[in-house]
Design a protein. Structure first.
Length: 161
């Protein structure tokens, strides 16, 4: 149980990291929306680059800390660590891909994707709260604090744009 919780904490922190990172990209895209395909490729490519860079650097740090060489098991660890970032960060990619199908405009897709990221941040924050606290007020406060990070990014864009 303790190891499952530890992995869950790491997965949640990576999902938050991926969501916040992709939110910044979404906010920039809204100023000058690209085509639907370009937006989807940019979002997926960004999330993949973020996930691989974060997990690769973490793996390298562990290898240096334990003074061991890179081995095949590190590839499996990198993939395992990459999944939460990719899953969380690619919700907006999926939403933008629906605009490729003509369900709505790219601009609308970017707005819906932004809202989805805020909602995901709240949910991930609730999960952090569940892992750290026993009381519902603290769990909800954790969700609100996590979504506040995303809102801060949005406010910075509004203030300086």
């Amino acid at each position: 149980m303790a190891q499952t919780q530890l992995l869950d904490k790491h997965a949640v922190s990576r999902a938050i990291y991926g969501s916040v990172s992709i939110l910044a990209v979404l906010l920039v895209m809204q100023s000058h929306p690209p085509s639907a395909w370009t937006a989807a490729v940019m979002l997926f490519g960004t999330s993949l680059a973020i996930a691989l860079a974060e997990t690769y650097s973490e793996t390298i740090a562990e290898m240096i800390g334990h003074q061991r060489q890179f081995a095949a098991r590190e590839l499996a660890a990198i993939w395992r660590r990459t999944r939460p970032i990719l899953v969380a960060a690619n919700l907006p990619t999926a939403i933008v891909l629906l605009s490729v199908a003509g369900l709505y405009s790219v601009s609308t897709a970017l707005n819906v994707a932004e809202f989805a990221v805020y909602a995901a941040l709240f949910v991930w924050g609730l999960r952090v709260g569940q892992l750290m606290h026993d009381s519902w007020p603290r769990i909800i406060a954790s969700g609100l604090a996590t979504v506040a990070i995303g809102v801060l990014i949005g406010l910075i864009k509004v203030i300086f744009h």
